[in-house]
Design a protein around this ligand. Structure first.
Ligand code: CS2
Ligand code: MG
Length: 402
C-alpha cells in the first residue's frame, strides 16, 4: 500500500487551516490536520519541503515506523512545528488504514469504550450579566458542561470572549491586537462569577474555566481555593506549565481539579505532571501532540495515574482534528471530556463530516476512517490570510502571557 501522492492544502474559510492529503496506490486517501494557529505556513513548508519527499513510495500501513522515522529521523526533537507536521502524517495514515479496512477509526483503536463523548461548550460575555445569558443559551442547546469566560470589570478586553453572536475566534488579520491585564482585578471577579453561576443554574451542570496561563503558582493556588465552593469540573491552565514542578505548589493548596496541556506537543512535556499526579486532566490533542499514535501513549501513561483526557477543541483546530479526537475519545479508557466549539458554516462546507452533536454529547459517526472529507474546489475559493493571536500586556505595559 504505497503512498503515491501527498499535498498540503492551505485555506481560510473564516480562519486558516492547513490540511495534509495522502493518497495510496489504489486511490484511497487520508487527511491530517496540520494547523498551528498564527504560524500556519511554517508547518506547510516543513511538510512540503522536508517531509513529503520522504513519504512518496513508503508503505502507508507502517504507521508506528513512519512516526519514528519522522521523529528520530529529524534529529532535532519536539517543538510545535515538527510535532504538528508529524501529527498530520500520522492522522492521515490512520485514516487511510481504517478506510482500507472499511471501518470507522475507533474500531482500530480498541473499539468503543463508551456510547458517546461528553463535550463542553463555551459561554462568554463582556460582563457578568451577558455571560449568565450566554450560559443559559448553552444550557438550552443541551450542553451538560459549559466553560464560562467573562469580561473583567476594569479591563478593556480579555481572553475568551466572543464578539456578538459569533463563535469565539481569537485570530486577527494583519497585526496582533493588544489586550490589557490585571491579575488583581481578575482574581477579585472570577469567584463572584462562579458564585452567580452556581446560584442561578444549580448543582448539576459541569462548570469549567480557563485562566490561560496568566497566574503565578501562588495566585493560581488562591484562585483554586476561592473556587472550591462552586465545585468546578476543572480550572484550566492556571499557570504556564513549562515549569512542571510549579504545579506542586498549586496542588498543596487546593482541591479544584486542574487541566493543562493544550500547548504541549510530547509526552515529555507532561510526564512529571502525570507521574506526580499534579493535574487531573491532560488537554493535549491529536494535531499538536504527535497524532493518534503519540496521543495514545500520553493517554496510556495518564491512565495509570488516574489522570483523564480533555482534548483541546477550539475552532483553530480543523474538523479533521475534531473527527480524529472523537475517535480517540470514544475509544480511550480514561476519557474525561472533549472541548467543542462548532466551526463556521463555511468551514463545515469545506470539511463535510460524519461527527454529530446531540444533547451535550458527540459521536464520530460510522463512516470509514475519520469520517471527515475535504472539498478541495471549495477550499481553493478561500485563500490563506495572515492572522495572529492577540498579545497581552499588564496595565503598566509589561508583556504578559496571552
Ligand atoms: C483555548 C484556545 O480552547 C481553549 O481552551 O485556550 O482558545 C486557545 O487560545 C487557542 O486554541 C489558541 O490558538
Ligand atoms: Mg485553553
Amino acid at each position: 500500500m504505497k503512498i503515491v501522492d501527498a499535498k498540503v492544502i492551505v485555506c481560510c474559510p473564516g480562519r486558516n487551516f492547513v490540511t495534509l492529503k495522502l493518497t495510496v496506490e489504489d486511490g484511497i486517501y487520508g487527511l491530517g490536520d496540520a494547523t498551528l494557529n498564527g504560524r500556519e505556513l511554517a508547518v506547510a513548508s516543513y511538510l512540503d519541503d522536508h517531509v513529503i519527499p520522504l513519504l512518496i513510495g513508503r508503505d502507508a500501513r507502517r504507521i508506528e515506523d513512519t512516526w519514528h522515522y519522522l521523529y528520530k529521523g529529524a534529529y532535532w526533537r519536539r517543538g510545535p512545528v515538527t510535532m504538528t507536521a508529524i501529527s498530520a502524517v500520522d492522522t492521515a495514515l490512520w485514516d487511510i488504514r481504517a478506510k482500507s479496512l472499511n471501518v470507522p477509526l475507533y474500531q482500530l483503536l480498541g473499539g468503543a469504550s463508551r456510547d458517546k463523548v461528553l463535550v463542553y461548550g463555551h459561554a462568554s460575555g463582556s460582563d457578568m450579566e451577558k455571560t449568565l445569558g450566554s450560559f443559559g443559551h448553552f444550557l438550552n442547546l443541551g450542553y451538560r458542561a459549559i466553560r464560562a469566560q467573562s469580561g473583567v470589570p476594569g479591563l478593556k478586553a480579555t481572553y475568551g470572549i466572543g464578539h456578538g453572536e459569533t463563535t469565539y475566534e481569537p485570530a486577527v488579520r494583519d497585526a496582533p491586537p493588544e489586550d490589557h491585564w490585571s491579575t488583581e482585578h481578575y482574581l477579585r471577579f472570577v469567584p463572584q462569577l462562579f458564585e452567580r453561576l452556581r446560584t442561578e443554574f444549580g448543582p448539576e451542570v459541569h462548570l469549567l474555566h480557563d485562566a490561560h496561563h496568566r497566574l503565578t503558582p501562588i495566585e493560581a493556588a488562591r484562585l483554586g481555593r476561592d473556587l472550591e465552593p462552586f465545585r468546578l469540573f476543572w480550572l484550566e491552565d492556571p499557570t504556564a506549565a513549562e515549569l512542571q514542578p510549579a504545579l506542586r505548589l498549586i496542588r498543596q493548596h487546593t482541591t479544584t481539579p486542574i487541566a493543562i496541556g493544550e500547548v504541549f506537543n510530547t509526552i515529555f512535556d507532561c510526564q512529571q505532571l502525570i507521574e506526580e499526579q499534579l493535574i487531573d486532566f491532560i488537554r493535549s490533542t491529536v494535531v499538536h501532540a504527535g497524532g493518534i499514535t503519540h496521543l495514545r501513549k500520553i493517554a496510556h501513561l495518564a491512565e495509570a495515574y488516574q489522570v483523564r483526557t480533555g482534548c483541546h477543541g477550539a475552532t483553530d483546530l480543523s474538523p479533521v482534528t475534531m473527527g480524529a479526537a472523537l475517535h480517540f475519545d470514544l475509544s480511550v479508557h480514561n476519557f474525561g471530556i472533549q472541548e467543542y466549539m462548532p466551526h463556521t458554516e463555511e468551514t463545515d462546507r469545506v470539511y463535510p463530516h460524519a461527527y454529530n452533536f446531540r444533547d451535550g454529547f458527540m459521536h464520530p459517526g460510522e463512516a470509514p476512517g475519520l469520517g471527515v472529507q475535504i472539498d478541495e474546489a471549495l477550499a481553493a475559493k478561500f485563500p490563506y490570510q495572515r492572522a495572529y493571536l492577540p498579545i497581552n500586556r499588564k496595565l503598566d505595559g509589561t508583556l504578559h502571557s496571552w
